[in-house]
Design a protein around this ligand. Structure first.
Ligand code: G3I
Length: 388
């Protein structure tokens, strides 16, 4: 009986103190980097509570919006690096692996980029020149400070074909290869990534594999593929995530989970989408947890995170980073997408900055005997070297 009490007491003590003391970056220090996408209040240190969580828990950061084209290059010849500089300074000062997001995307890119002086579509030559100027100015400015760039973001349709974005319409299919070449020219040491959502769907994944093979055949430098990881409680399956990571590691690439969150809210529209242009109206039953997340859902979320991290840990040799798209539930883009004004709960910290049961599940996944690195594979992941 005494022993039983003692075990129960230790269990509770571990749950309240052990996990509270363990941080995400410590728990995975031999496996991969652990990152978060930051907003200006966090990297400018205006929100001291959230900044403290970032410094304590994470060893990599991504800019949620601060480096997008519309922010840093709003008008022709006009750059505004005010916030971007603060973001990069924060990463450098705190010795975090600092990510650049993103150089070439169809979204959040001002219309002028694709037009000539008369408002007609720009020519291929003009657009290529603009793309090069942008990439050299932005990636060049942070040469040696930003460790890896999402060079091209979301270039594929769901069926694996190339999205007919203004980039493709005007330049042609080779706009992707040119973007990677310009990024390499701007910073030869930086890691260069292709980043997209729903690559766990077979058709889209095949398109991404074909795209990477083509770039590799042309001798274009590509370091890795970012699986955005905007997931749901039930989708994609662990097996799909497993197969997707395998598909890219077979190509000799690093794989990173770049925008991880797990949406617990009802999702009208495409299950695995993260298409920012999708919008739906609020309707009955679409905002079910305004008074907090029920325990049962909290537990499902914890199990889901544990399941996902088991897969990431299985692939620790190729997975170099797992980045959450936000720090606390209150920060998440999922409070406003695809329906504005909902209460979402997709991250590891609640609105008060306290770790949720899913935080514990994630930390514990690193200690699960089935997930712990075997003696044979005990060398540290080279991707995390120098960033612990
Ligand atoms: O900053 C303005 C603010 O001044 C204004 O009052 C307010 C009114 O709507 O808008 C604010 O800007 C919003 C911005 O987020 C900052 O909150 C934009 O409207 C909104 O469109 C923007 O959404 C971002 C979205 O990308 C589009 O850029 C989300 O924060 C960001 O999380 C999301 O991130 C994308 C990744 O870049 C690519 N993958 C998908 C991912 C999620 O959509």
């Amino acid at each position: 009986m005494k022993r039983l009490y003692l075990t129960a007491f230790c269990g509770i003590a571990l749950a309240t103190t052990g996990c509270a003391q363990t941080t995400l970056k410590k728990a995975f220090q031999k496996d991969f980097l652990i990152g978060a996408a930051l907003n200006p209040a966090q990297f400018c240190e205006a929100d001291s509570a959230e900044t403290a969580i970032v410094k304590r828990q994470f060893n990599s950061i991504s800019p949620e919006n601060a480096l997008k084209w519309e922010r840093v290059h709003p008008e022709p010849g006009e750059f505004d690096f005010t916030l971007a500089d603060r973001y990069v300074d924060f990463g450098v000062t705190n010795k975090m692996f600092t990510i650049g997001h993103t150089l070439v995307w169809h979204s959040q890119t001002p219309d002028w980029v694709f037009k000539d002086a008369d408002g007609k579509p720009a020519t291929r030559e003009v657009l290529l020149q603009r793309m090069r100027e942008h990439i050299l100015a932005v990636a060049g400015r942070y040469r040696g400070k930003i460790g890896g760039w999402d060079v091209v973001n979301e270039a594929l349709n769901g069926d694996g074909s190339l999205r007919n974005s203004p980039w493709r319409k005007i330049i042609g299919d080779d706009y992707i290869a040119r973007a990677f070449e310009f990024a390499h020219e701007a910073d030869p040491q930086a890691e260069l990534y292709y980043n997209d959502y729903a690559l766990e769907d077979k058709a889209k994944r095949s398109g991404a594999v074909a795209l990477v093979k083509q770039l590799q055949a042309q001798g274009v430098k590509i370091t890795g593929v970012g699986l955005q990881g905007h997931y749901l409680l039930g989708e994609p399956s662990a097996a799909q995530v497993d197969e997707t990571i395998s598909a890219f590691e077979k190509l000799g690439l690093k794989v990173m989970i770049t925008e991880l969150d797990v949406n617990v809210l009802p999702t009208p529209g495409q299950a695995l989408s993260a298409d920012v242009s999708e919008r739906y109206r609020m309707g009955a039953g679409l905002n079910p947890y305004t008074n907090g997340l029920p325990d049962a859902v909290q537990q499902r979320l914890a199990q889901r995170y544990a399941e996902l991290f088991s897969v990431f840990l299985k692939h620790r040799a190729s997975v170099s980073r797992v980045t959450f798209w936000g720090v606390t539930d209150g920060d998440s883009w999922l409070n406003d997408w695809p329906i504005p004004g909902r209460m979402s709960y997709p991250l590891l910290f609640n609105r008060d900055g306290r770790p949720k049961p899913c935080f514990q599940a994630v930390v514990e996944s690193a200690r699960q005997p089935s997930n712990v690195k075997s003696a044979a594979g005990s060398a540290a992941n080279p991707a995390t070297d120098g960033h612990r």
